[in-house]
Design a protein around this ligand. Structure first.
Ligand SMILES: Cc1cc2nc3c(=O)[nH]c(=O)nc-3n(C[C@H](O)[C@H](O)[C@H](O)COP(=O)(O)OP(=O)(O)OC[C@H]3O[C@@H](n4cnc5c(N)ncnc54)[C@H](O)[C@@H]3O)c2cc1C
Length: 352
């Protein structure tokens, strides 16, 4: 089989790269083994323009937020699914200090945050003492609908090989790569944490981060918003189904869910919710995060037929479409990649 691009991974990064290459009429094959705990399969899909206790704007929010809305809406229209919805965050203040800090942020005219307690009294559903603020606009990318729908389309067109990619069988020459019976001009790794042990990219400063989440049934909670109190409680696509997470562990010695997270989360829910809930599942995944919190995009400086779209960290949903488009434009039209994301910033360590 001869193709232009071999893509490893169909998480949210591989999905978007294959989408943009397909739009340009390029030939490609995606190899993905459908790992059930890959972060793209357990994330809530929240696209939040602010971060941290001070609610500062995320990197490139003003460009990335509208790009994400347009890209997911377009993908959804093409696949006949709802790929994205606006679900603003109702952020419950845990104490007076946080309320004052949020208020100050809103008064500084910070984009995206306001104290407009527009939903009125939420005491039928929640216990709370210090009010809430609103973060707006916040989107949810419906990963649990998008990934299978895109996979289906890839399968129908014979663009997908569902198996484990084995790097020991990859042969690189100057003009092409060979993998089993596949000959391609380029191979692009969108394999999340897999790249942290890939011989071509393992020197990049990956900083894998473990995160857990629970899925719940809460039939009486209106699914118009994401609710937050330390953890985020986000509606899933199916009515009455919810997701709550997450924690962030930089040091861990296994990839298993912990009893500690489940117990703490259950205690928080019992305290916070006045309506019945049932815990369904408990997930854990390893985020492909990076030390300097910027993605890894581009071609290997010594092997220009090997590329990467990775390092999405905690924000794969907004970053993946934006940087998949940049990578596709670079591959096809030699347009520049944002220097903060371009792996050419690591040329020295990649050519060691
Ligand atoms: C609990 C949790 C909650 C999160 N919530 C959010 C959120 O609300 N919003 C947000 O923006 N981000 C969130 N994230 C982060 C987000 O999930 C990641 O940034 C994103 O999913 C990374 O996507 P990716 O496609 O780059 O990698 P991955 O999701 O890791 O996908 C890699 C793909 O490669 C495949 N693969 C890997 N190795 C091989 C191999 N050898 N052979 C074949 N296939 C292979 C896997 O099957 C997988 O499909 C969350 C993460 C976690 C863990």
């Amino acid at each position: 089989m001869q193709i232009e691009y071999l893509i490893i991974g169909q998480g949210i990064s591989g999905t978007w790269l294959s989408y943009f290459l397909q739009k340009e009429g390029k030939s490609f094959l995606v190899i993905d083994e459908n790992q059930p705990n890959s972060p793209s399969r357990i994330a809530a899909g929240i696209i939040n323009p602010v971060t941290g206790r001070r609610h500062v704007e995320v990197w490139m929010a003003e460009e990335i937020m509208p790009f994400a809305w347009k890209a997911y809406t377009g993908l959804g229209n093409e696949l006949g699914i709802t790929a994205i919805s606006q679900k603003n965050i109702i952020d419950f203040f845990p104490g007076l200090q946080m309320r004052l800090s949020f208020q100050q942020r809103a008064e500084e005219n910070a984009n995206y945050v306001s104290l407009a307690e527009s939903l009125g009294d939420l005491r039928t559903q929640f216990n709370y003492d210090f009010g809430y603020g609103e973060i707006k606009p916040v989107y949810t990318a419906h990963l649990e609908t998008i990934l299978p729908a895109w996979r289906n389309l890839l399968q129908q067109n014979n663009y997908l090989l569902e198996e484990e990619f084995d790097i020991s069988q990859l042969k690189i020459t100057v003009r092409k790569i060979e993998y089993k019976n596949i000959i391609a001009q380029k191979i692009i790794f969108c394999d999340g944490n897999g790249s942290a042990s890939n011989p071509y990219f393992r020197n990049l400063p990956f900083a894998p981060n473990k995160g857990e989440a629970l899925t719940l049934e809460i039939p009486e909670l209106p699914d118009t918003h994401i609710y937050k109190k330390g953890l985020s409680l986000a509606p899933l696509a199916a009515p009455g189904q919810w997701w709550i997470g997450s924690n962030y562990a930089w040091k861990f010695d296994n990839e298993n869910p912990t009893a500690e997270f489940r117990e703490k989360t259950e205690a928080l829910l019992k305290n916070w919710l006045k309506i019945p809930f049932t815990i369904k599942e408990h997930f854990c995944g390893i985020r492909p995060a990076t030390l300097e919190r910027r993605p890894f995009i581009g071609l290997h400086p010594q092997h220009p037929n090997i590329g990467i779209l990775n390092g999405m960290g905690t924000k794969g949903c907004p970053l993946a479409p934006f940087f998949a488009k940049q990578l596709a434009d670079y591959l096809l039209y030699n347009k520049p990649i944002n220097p903060e994301a371009d792996i050419s910033r690591f040329t020295r360590i990649l050519t060691r």
